[in-house]
Design a protein around this ligand. Structure first.
Ligand SMILES: C[S@@+](CC[C@H](N)C(=O)[O-])C[C@H]1O[C@@H](n2cnc3c(N)ncnc32)[C@H](O)[C@@H]1O
Length: 231
């Protein structure tokens, strides 16, 4: 992967960035996403935020090598603190981190959100707590995608702040739109998950003691939901 050829995962993210956007890519690592989008003429400006020095330096190098210093600002900052009011950001991408990490970045960075930005999130697992945060903060999920690459299932979640929105526990677990669309990639993901959960339950049954009752109940509940979804 590089700024010319994105991974399948980042291509799916790129497809959700509106034309003409001013993008803040938080946790940008090498800066491949904003650089690729600028090279393609999809976005007009970007901020690449990084909390760690090595990826910050890598992103700075990618931007420089592509001669995009005037359009892309690389900032060493924690989460949404990379965004400054004058940036006029219209879309924020946070990709390639756990769902809880993305949720925490959004929650700690609320002061940097105008509420007008499109959020394009690509969690690596732990999607339900992220969807819960979106619901609790008045963000409606407008698009969801699931894809498989290198033996991992990835999700893309696009949301915008619209005001109060209600999702059921199952919608938060599976994704409200994915539950409706039932794409082949989505069904395959949950077939695999069901086998994993059943295996875990069998292992826990053999362990017999030391397993918190709540953990057991949660996995049983999830197994019932998945079985019903696939039935
Ligand atoms: C696995 S990489 C993903 C890179 C890229 N977004 C992608 O999807 O391919 C995660 C990056 O997020 C950065 N990161 C983690 N927490 C962060 C935070 N709170 N603020 C900014 N960057 C963060 C890490 O330093 C790392 O470079």
């Amino acid at each position: 992967m590089n700024e010319h050829t994105l991974s399948k995962r980042l291509e799916r993210v790129a497809a959700q960035v509106p034309a003409g956007a001013r993008l803040a890519d938080i946790g940008s690592d090498h800066g491949y996403l904003p650089v690729a989008l600028l090279r393609r003429g999809v976005i007009v400006a970007a901020v690449a935020g990084e909390v760690a020095l090595t990826p910050f330096n890598a992103a700075t190098r990618t931007v420089r090598e592509n001669g995009l210093e005037t359009q892309i600002t690389v900032r060493l900052a924690n989460g949404l603190a990379a965004i400054e009011p004058g940036d006029g950001i219209t879309a924020i991408s946070v990709c390639g981190m756990g769902g809880e990490t993305i949720r925490d970045i959004l929650d700690r960075g609320k002061a940097y959100l105008s509420g007008q930005e499109r959020l394009i999130l690509q969690p690596n697992g732990a999607e339900p707590p992220l969807r819960q945060w979106l619901m609790d903060n008045g963000y409606r999920i407008l698009f969801e995608d699931v894809l498989r690459e290198n033996r991992f299932d990835y999700e893309v979640i696009v949301a915008e702040r619209t005001g109060p929105v209600r999702y059921s526990a199952e919608e938060l677990y599976f994704g409200p739109l994915q539950m409706q669309a039932r794409s082949p990639a989505f069904l395959l993901k949950w077939q695999r998950k069901l086998r994993q959960k059943q295996k875990t339950l069998a292992q826990l049954a053999r362990a017999q003691q030391g397993v918190p009752e709540q953990t057991l109940q949660d996995i049983e509940q999830q197994t019932r939901w998945i079985s019903r979804l696939l039935a």
